[in-house]
Design a protein around this ligand. Structure first.
Ligand code: ASP
Length: 344
């Protein structure tokens, strides 16, 4: 072959290769350009979603009377937040007051019904986040604050810090005039007996709430007694911003429940928000990817409730069940426990 032919052929194949590379780059980037607004469902004036913990509950192992009690308690919680939002109240108020009803209810592993530590104590964690300005507050390992979610909110609004722990958090709560209870307030026979069983195996449960208000602000909150049988002042994901709790008006509000060690290491709540912000995923796509792909591969059990700025809700979990419920301004509402029910 003559030399000039060879050069032409080389030039031609280089050009072809370059075009191939350029084309494959373009197709690879395609999902990133998916807009966040590309989500089915009409925009909601307000919306609320709650969870009462993920776990091993199935239709076979959850007693019908207990199931009824859980559903009624979830409904009471949803009603509280719904009323606040429908009357034009803030997402933060809805989150705090809704979680408070669950903290005061011994059924849930938060506040009154908190699980026991290995040593037979109750150490509570909670966090709240304001999606409008990324302000956040949290308390961890508290033993005598009746409503840790309120203490978390005060940390956010009345202190220069984001997270307070142990006795310092109690002192702050006292100074704020919050209700302090003797540690024995958190003693419930059911949880204590459970501990005796659980000294053999670990178990979890928690409460959380995400809300969107009429001003378009998102907020998220989570409150928990942590994992039963925990030791050495262990702190879980719930009070850690970006792990178990996160809210950002640009993306979504998230509250998680499950094996906290995984939620911390995989920064679950922020990961969902980041997938929406940087990759353009919808709230459903982002939360499904993190909970039912990343976490499953890692071996982390649990779930999340998420709410985006348009009121789209997603509640994926990879455990057998998750106590959960939602309500939106257009009149839709639901309370679910098992895997085979709920909003798909
Ligand atoms: N995530 C909580 C923790 O690890 C427990 C739970 O949600 O069940 O402390």
């Amino acid at each position: 072959m003559p030399d000039n032919m060879k050069t032409k052929l080389n030039l031609f194949s280089s050009l072809f290769f370059l075009l191939l590379v350029l084309f494959s780059c373009r197709t690879e980037k395609k999902p990133a350009s998916r807009p966040v607004t590309d989500i089915p469902g009409p925009k909601q004036e307000w919306a609320i979603v709650i969870h009462g913990g993920a776990g091993g509950m199935t239709r076979e192992n959850l007693a019908p009377e207990l199931e009824k009690e859980y559903r009624e308690s979830l409904l009471t919680a949803i009603k509280t937040g719904k009323k606040i939002l429908a009357e034009g109240g803030s997402a933060l108020d809805a989150v705090e007051q809704t979680i408070k009803t669950m903290e005061d209810n011994p059924l849930f592993n938060a506040g009154k019904g908190a699980v026991f530590t290995h040593e037979g104590r109750n150490e509570l964690d909670a966090a709240i986040m304001d999606g409008s300005n990324l302000a956040a507050g949290a308390v961890a390992g508290v033993t005598d604050i009746k409503n840790p979610i309120t203490a978390a909110r005060r940390v956010m609004t009345n202190s220069p810090h984001v997270m307070l722990s142990g006795s310092g958090a109690s002192q702050f709560a006292k100074e704020q005039g919050l209700e302090i209870v003797p540690p024995s307030y958190f003693y419930t026979e059911k949880r204590f007996n459970e501990l005796q069983e659980l000294l053999k195996k670990e178990k979890n449960g928690t409460v959380g709430c995400c809300a969107l208000d009429k001003s378009g602000n998102l907020a998220a909150g989570t409150s928990t007694g942590g994992m039963a049988n925990k030791r050495y002042n262990r702190i879980g994901d719930s009070p850690i911003i970006g792990a178990g709790t996160y809210a950002n008006n640009k993306t979504c509000a998230v509250s998680g429940t499950g094996h906290g060690e995984y939620f911390i290491r995989y920064t679950v709540a922020h990961d969902i928000s980041a997938l929406m912000e940087y990759k353009g995923l919808s709230v459903k796509e982002a939360s499904e990817l993190v909970v039912n792909d990343k976490l499953v591969k890692a071996g982390g059990s649990g779930g999340v409730i998420c709410l985006d700025k348009n009121g789209n809700i997603s509640m994926p979990f990879n455990s057998a069940g998750m106590f959960r419920g939602f309500a939106t301004a257009d009149g839709k509402e639901g309370i679910f426990v098992f895997k085979d029910e709920g909003v798909k």
